[in-house]
Design a binder for this molecule. Structure first.
Ligand code: NAD
Length: 477
């Protein structure tokens, strides 16, 4: 039975109700979380406020950094345990779950060393004045986290917020709370003062909504779907609370005739298979220059046929999807493309060891997807890759930019001029040339344009988003 974590203590919810934790590998409940409500959010915000104005206010940036560094080391010590918890909760293959735990270690380490480097400026002004700028923390920050990478998104969001001097109230996805509750306990063990990190579990429309509306929340960092991003924004707008939104994507992988196909293939495959395609930055559209289209699809089709989904502990290419509704969503897209006569090039296998009640989906490569088809426009958030051909650079740019999203793009070409032209012309928060994802990139600012959201997380820039700038003008005669 997993409880909320408020003021460094496990706490029952005000409602006294719980929600089941379902194992996506067999669809069976194996634990429970609290079904919290606005009263629990209020208790967490009050605990956070007391911390902000009490023990947290007395720490220097360097001391906050040392605490984060201790937490990084503690998470490293417990990496296998955390990976196992998240593996069962989210259905991740072992390699992925371990990589996520190590990414959390790295986020805390990165932000531990960054918080005391938030320097302001001095500004030349009128005679007799000195003008300074300070980056001040917002105060109590709210963090609404999705289920696809709980540890990673917690690390980048909460790590950055704490380093910048904020305290945090976190609402994890109702589908993926367990690893984060454990990380909060570890934070208390290494000396984070009570109230610095609070976790309140439950439904989005209950806990998430209450968090977005709470007058004691000074900044909201949201990662999730565009639909809920809009709701958060609307709630926050009522009291002009600043918001950072990390929403979805429909990442194009743009492959020109002159690309190094041997180098590109594993990246193209991994960008749609990783985490069973449940990745906002997934490379879910494949745009290939006409001359290379058939040979590339043939090779990729062979690779797709070799992919296997199965029980997380078998550490295959894919685990199950997170929940039944996600499986239905993926099936809905597959039904639609069959109805519309879109050709499936190849599908991977579901291993016979997979439980029939698990939420598995076979990875699928689809070709000749019309650019306006729902499969080319909307996030599947599952392992379905939509391929289409283009003739020249202009058409590649039109297709790449032809969705409501703009999160991440990949460009594959040996032509240096084209690399830079494409990087300029593609509308996305990150453009990768001859790679995709750059191995996670804790240091690399990440976020979107258009319906992919705004504001940046990861890297040093994220720290600026967790602060507000104060200008101090001193007239000294
Ligand atoms: P979701 O938007 O349904 O849920 C995200 C979080 O919001 C969860 O914690 C949920 O409980 C909460 N929530 C739901 N309704 C709410 C409400 N009315 N008010 C406040 N909070 C509410 O998304 P999901 O299903 O958890 O995740 C999948 C989506 O997230 C995809 O669209 C994906 O692209 C996106 N995503 C984006 C990024 C990114 O960094 N850009 C990362 C991961 C996921």
């Amino acid at each position: 039975m997993a409880l909320n974590f408020i003021h460094n203590r496990p706490r029952r919810s005000a409602s006294g109700q719980t929600l089941p934790v379902i194992d996506p590998a067999d669809g069976q409940p194996y634990d429970s979380i609290e079904r919290s409500n606005a009263a629990d959010v209020d208790a967490a915000v009050q605990a956070a406020r007391r911390c902000l104005e009490g023990p947290w206010a007395r720490l220097t940036a360097a001391e906050r950094g040392r605490l984060l560094m201790k937490l990084s080391a503690k998470v490293a010590e417990h990496a296998d345990e955390l990976a196992a918890v998240e593996q069962r909760d989210c259905g991740k293959p072992t390699k992925q779950a371990k990589a996520d735990a190590l990414a959390l270690v790295r986020y805390f380490e990165f932000y531990a060393g960054a918080g005391d480097k938030l320097h302001g400026h001095t500004i030349p002004y009128l005679d007799g004045y000195s003008v300074l700028t300070w980056h001040e923390p917002h105060g109590v920050t709210g963090h609404v986290i999705p289920w696809n990478y709980p540890m990673q998104i917690f690390g980048r969001s909460v790590g950055g917020a704490l380093a910048a001097g904020n305290v945090c109230v976190v609402k994890p996805s109702e589908d993926a709370c367990l690893s984060l509750l454990r990380v909060a306990e570890l934070a208390a063990e290494v000396g984070f003062p009570a109230g610095a990190i609070n976790i309140v579990t439950g439904y989005g429309h209950e806990v998430g909504d209450a968090l977005a509306r709470h007058p004691g929340i000074d900044h909201i960092s949201f990662t999730g779907s565009p639909r809920v991003g809009t709701l958060i924004q609307q709630a926050a707008a009522e009291r002009h609370c600043p918001v950072t939104l990390e929403l979805g994507g429909k990442g194009p992988q743009i492959v020109f005739d002159d690309a190094d196909v041997d180098a590109a293939l594993p990246f193209i495959l991994n960008a749609i298979v990783q985490n069973s395609g449940q990745t906002c930055s997934a490379g879910s559209r494949l745009l290939v220059q006409r001359q290379l289209y058939e040979p590339l699809l043939q090779r990729l089709g062979e690779a797709f046929k070799g992919l296997r989904a199965g029980p997380p502990g078998m550490d295959l290419d894919l685990g199950p999807l997170i929940r039944e509704t996600q499986q239905q969503r993926v099936r809905g897209f597959l039904d639609e493309l069959k109805r519309d006569g879109l050709p499936i090039v190849a599908q991977g296998q579901i291993d016979p060891a997979a439980d029939a009640k698990g939420y598995y989906a076979a990875p699928t490569l689809v070709r000749d997807v019309p650019p306006q088809h729902r499969l080319a426009q909307e996030e599947v958030f599952g392992p379905v890759l939509a391929a289409m051909a283009f003739d020249d650079e202009d058409e590649a740019v039109r297709l790449a930019n032809g969705t409501s999203f703009g999160l991440v793009a990949g460009v594959w070409t040996r032509d240096g001029g084209r690399q830079l032209r494409m990087a300029r012309r593609v509308k996305a928060g990150q453009v990768f040339i001859n790679n995709y994802g750059a191995g996670g990139g804790v240091e690399l600012p990440f976020g979107g344009v258009k319906s992919s959201g705004y504001g940046r997380e990861k890297g040093f820039e994220a720290l600026l988003g967790f602060t507000t700038l104060k200008t101090v003008a001193i007239r000294h005669g």
